[in-house]
Design a protein around this ligand. Structure first.
Ligand code: NAP
Length: 584
């Protein structure tokens, strides 16, 4: 008779599924820091569908997504699933694993009971029309990250996965190593190989951000296997050796430069020139590392806001900046001139499909991909490992935990086909960057947008606007415009052509930018049409104030020309809105 429950590490006979299993659970009532959110419980072992597999978990990989799942932000993953019709009021996380197949659904053909496997974390419905028609499952509305957006992840004795998620375990890796690499390596594979003409190829140069991090360490190895040369970006020279051992030709310490962050305004001659100087010296450093004057064909991006302007600038003509995250922020600024004139591509990328995950795994099977496991923990330490992540005190590289495996270092059978030296990260190397956003946060869809309730007091533009337009001609000098501004105590002047049509606005910001890099006399002599922000955003006097505010902020403008029957009659400005807020 099958035992009701096996102790942890006490392996049930192959193919025997006990009705109950040990697992680490997150429940909504204890959402919070990992040490509180995760608790050990015993639950029913889940049944499987025809296309699914039950895997006895030997080790599980740790990823940031389950720190977020435990916090319950930005998404309550349990609530979201309950809303979609799934009954369980708990979450078993874990999006990386190694283990042994214990049961297969009747439609599963790629694995059988007893197979040693690793699993990628991409789930989707095989009944999705898009998938059935041969479309990339990554674009399917049914796509979910297993163990984050789905339940029954790898922090349990058994995990429920789709057959297509299972891939052969590299024989030379022990259980914890095999559990640590798939999520980051498959993501890096799609980024580098998934984008048609821009896929990495022999002879290419790849610039890899965060070369000693989870994604970067995989990217260096994948680029090397393709015959490309990579330059690794890191935050200290103590990480150079690590990246070089993985196959980077050379490294750059990003702390030697200070031009990071959003682009200065393109009209800001001084700020832009300084930025250009910084980014050019960074480009020269790439040449120095390469030993030749070549620009990267591929830039492997994930820091986002602080690095995208540089990535776009240094990327070769016809090259690609491929991005899978915005760890430092999402408002990436792009100087479009470099994008279109040099015909570069800015490509978003997210995880990987089944085919790409298996292509990546081929490298691991052949011994050409070091899993870069920095630290393994015991089953009892699952909350500790996540707490270290939460507190940003975890080591770089990939981490995993033992589940069914009874000791560290078990499960390896023989030597890798190709021997690679495992690089060591500098002692005491821990994360010191802001918390990355969960790798898969469902974005609100159009339907969800409609459900939002918007409160509005019905104020219209005509209730707050200033009647009358203070204007100048296109050929008026900036000196004249400045006098108008000062005398009338206003922040902008509308530029009207000879037919009385508003063709632009000279704002205080335009004036200040005109002064940058010029003498006061030179600035004063400029004409209004040379410095104005061309085009004139208008709104009807009957427009709701809230809509006018959206128009202004969306276009980064501080004022709108107000029209009645298409004729300019006044101006509404941010100052007017601020006055209303303070009740003036
Ligand atoms: P990681 O191990 O923390 O590595 C990130 C690296 O970025 C760090 O090693 C750090 O290296 C570098 N970095 C930090 N701040 C930086 C800055 N201001 N400028 C330049 N580089 C900076 O994380 P990871 O596992 O590689 O993941 C990176 C991001 O990708 C995370 O946001 C993660 O959530 C996301 N991700 C997305 C997917 C997806 O499918 N969309 C999949 C996996 C991961 P140095 O300090 O040495 O420069």
């Amino acid at each position: 008779m099958t035992k009701e429950l096996y102790n942890l590490g006490e392996m049930p006979p192959l193919g025997v599924i006990p009705p109950k299993m040990h697992a680490w659970l997150i429940r909504p009532e204890r959402f919070g820091k990992p040490m509180e959110a995760f608790q050990k419980e015993v639950v029913n072992t889940p049944p499987i569908a025809d296309d699914e597999v039950l895997v006895y978990v030997m080790a599980a990989g740790i990823n940031y997504n389950n720190v977020w799942a435990g916090l319950g932000i930005p998404v309550n993953v349990i609530g979201a699933r309950n809303k979609a019709g799934e009954p369980e009021d708990f979450h078993i996380g874990g999006s990386d694993a190694s283990g042994i197949v214990y049961k297969v659904g009747k439609d599963v053909t790629n694995v059988k009971v007893g197979d040693e496997v690793v699993m990628h974390c991409g789930q989707y419905s095989r009944n999705c029309e898009w998938v059935k028609s041969g479309g990339d499952p990554m674009y399917s509305p049914t796509f979910r990250i297993w163990g984050y957006e789905t339940n029954w992840g790898s922090f349990a004795q058994f995990t429920k996965v789709q057959g297509q998620q299972c891939m052969p375990k590299p024989r030379h890796m022990n259980w914890e190593e095999a559990a640590s690499y798939t999520l980051v390596a498959a993501t890096a594979w799609r980024m580098l190989h998934g984008w048609g003409a821009n896929a990495v190829k022999k002879g290419d140069v790849a610039l890899i951000w965060g070369g000693a991090g989870g994604l970067g360490s995989m990217a260096i190895q994948i680029a090397k296997a393709a015959g490309a040369t990579s330059v690794a970006m890191v935050s200290g020279e103590d990480k150079f050796d690590y990246c070089m051992k993985l196959g980077a030709k050379g490294c750059i310490n990003r702390n030697e430069f200070d031009h990071w962050g959003m682009l200065p305004h393109w009209k800001d001659n001084v700020g832009y020139s300084k930025w250009l100087k910084g980014v050019r010296s960074f480009g020269a450093k790439i040449w120095e590392v390469l030993g030749e004057k070549r620009a990267p064909n591929i830039v492997f991006e994930h820091p986002g806001e602080t690095t995208i302007p540089t990535s776009i600038f240094v990327c070769d003509t016809g090259g690609m900046v491929v991005v899978c995250a915005g760890t430092t922020g999402y408002n990436a600024t792009v100087d479009l001139r470099y994008l279109w004139m040099r015909q570069k591509r800015l490509q978003g990328s997210h995880f990987a499909n089944t085919e790409q995950s298996n292509q990546m795994n081929e490298l691991a099977l052949r011994g050409l991909l070091d899993p870069c496991m920095s630290r393994a923990f015991t089953y009892d330490e699952i909350p500790v490992a996540h707490q270290l992540m939460h507190d940003n005190k975890h080591p770089h590289g990939n981490m995993s935990v033992l589940v069914g495996a009874t000791a560290f270092g078990l499960g390896a059978h023989g030597k890798p086909p190709v021997a690679i030296e495992h690089p060591m990260l500098p002692k005491g190397d821990v994360h010191n960057t802001p918390h990355p956003y969960p790798m898969s946060t469902p974005l609100p869809g159009i339907g969800e947008g409609e459900a939002l309730t918007i409160t509005d007091d019905g104020t219209k533009v005509k209730d707050l606007m200033h009647r009358g337009i203070i204007s100048c001609t296109p050929t008026d000098t900036i000196g004249t415009v400045a006098k108008i501004m000062v005398n009338k105590e206003i922040h902008a002047v509308v530029v009207m052509d000879e037919k009385g049509k508003a063709i632009g606005v000279v704002s205080q910001t335009d004036m200040v930018l005109a002064r940058q890099g010029r003498t006061p006399d030179q600035a004063r002599a400029l004409r209004a049409n040379e410095v104005m922000t061309p085009g004139c955003a208008t709104c009807d006097a009957e427009m709701l104030l809230s809509d006018a505010v959206s128009l202004m902020t969306g276009r980064r403008m501080h004022r709108l020309v107000v029209t009645e029957k298409d004729q300019p009659v006044g101006v509404i400005s941010m100052t007017d809105v601020v006055r209303k807020i303070i009740g003036e």
